[in-house]
Design a protein around this ligand. Structure first.
Ligand SMILES: C[S@@+](CC[C@H](N)C(=O)[O-])C[C@H]1O[C@@H](n2cnc3c(N)ncnc32)[C@H](O)[C@@H]1O
Length: 215
């Protein structure tokens, strides 16, 4: 039967599989995180279509204002089919999506998540720190300022630097003092970072960083 216009639209709707062609597959990143820390619940803000946290984590809540993300996560069968064969035992038991602005209060309990994820979005730390459990982890990069704000927040300690090379992810948990050293010390100002919505440059940059709330 010839495809109708509607079928063609459905076929070209973006999904995790198509998004991976631009960002790569981050499954290895979340495997490495799950091997290093016990993570049962995660909140992925500004997730767009990046479903990779669910390959390793049992319960993940995704948040985005983009309608394409809402449409994708509403299609549970497609989400589960894209995860087929990709998950660790016990992962992907709960996958939720909130079509919401993470800068505003979310319909979520405070201190509910083991891991907060903000990659290539934000800065989200100021508005979303409340959802992290005591001793919870914050995975962020410096593109929109989150890692730079986290580095200046005395409630957080750097516990890992994530390197990405040739499609592989590795977490460096040693010699952490060499990370997050600003190239220009005067740029390390939370006010300036919030105003610009950009992270600052570091002498020894990593793909992303893992911070932990001090107990
Ligand atoms: C560049 S994409 C990054 C997606 C994904 N985190 C990744 O690393 O590939 C940024 C996403 O953040 C979302 N976003 C930005 N600000 C947001 C906000 N305040 N609330 C919800 N989503 C937001 C955008 O809609 C977009 O889908």
């Amino acid at each position: 039967m010839p495809a109708t216009v509607g079928d063609q639209n459905k076929a070209s709707a973006p999904s995790w599989n198509s998004y991976k062609q631009s960002i790569g597959d981050r499954t290895g990143l979340f495997r490495a995180l799950a091997e290093s820390w016990s993570i049962t619940t995660a909140l992925n803000v500004g997730s767009y279509l990046d479903l990779s946290p669910s390959t390793s984590i049992p319960s993940v809540t995704y948040v985005d204002t983009d309608r394409r993300a809402a449409r994708y996560f509403a299609n549970h069968d497609l989400v589960m089919s894209e995860l087929d064969g990709e998950t660790l035992p016990g992962a992907a038991t709960t996958i939720s999506f909130l079509p919401a602005d993470f800068l505003e209060p979310l319909d979520l309990a405070d201190a509910a998540f083991d891991l907060l994820i903000a990659l290539y979005t934000g800065p989200a730390w100021d508005s979303c720190a409340r959802y992290l459990k005591p001793s919870g982890l914050f995975l962020a990069n410096s593109s929109h300022g989150d890692a730079s704000l986290a580095a200046l927040d005395s409630r957080l300690a750097l516990v890992g630097a994530i390197h990405h090379r040739d499609g592989r992810y590795r977490i460096d948990r040693d010699n952490l003092a060499r990370y997050l050293v600003p190239k220009k010390p005067e740029s390390a100002s939370a006010e300036l970072i919030r105003a610009s919505g950009r992270g600052i440059a570091y002498t020894n940059p990593a793909f992303a960083y893992v911070f932990q709330l001090r107990g």
